[in-house]
Design a protein around this ligand. Structure first.
Ligand SMILES: [Zn+2]
Length: 124
């Protein structure tokens, strides 16, 4: 009685292996010339800081921030918008330090000096 019924269940995994889509963000290191992602904070080959990554901009726009500051600036709404919650509340309580703080913020937004909570300049 040879009951050697070996079920061949060697299921082959469907290996389509599509080429990984490159995000199109590869740059060359200025120090060693090696390739690295544009979003990398530093070169993986030599460790030099990536100047492209440090020049990031906020995902918050300058135009909405300026509009919010102009119309609702006394309530610090533009600071809430860019994520500066603490100073936003402070501004709300002081009514934009009687308008002066709001005016300063408005000018800073217009000239591009206003930063979001991560210290990044607002997107134009
Ligand atoms: Zn490098």
């Amino acid at each position: 009685m040879a009951d050697a019924a070996a079920p061949s269940s060697a299921a082959q995994p469907a290996s389509g292996a599509p080429a990984a889509p490159t995000p199109g963000g590869l740059i060359h290191c200025a120090t060693c010339g090696g390739q690295m992602a544009v979003t990398a904070a530093a070169c993986p080959h030599c460790g030099a800081p990536n100047p492209a990554a440090s020049m990031g901009v906020s995902d918050k726009g300058m135009v909405p921030a300026a509009l919010l500051c102009f119309f609702l600036g006394s309530f610090g709404i533009h600071r809430f918008y860019v994520g500066k919650i603490v100073t936003g509340i402070l501004m709300l309580l002081t009514l934009g330090a009687f308008g002066i703080w709001t005016l300063i913020d408005f000018v800073m937004i217009l000239v591009g000096s206003f930063k979001d909570k991560n210290g990044l300049p607002l997107k134009r």
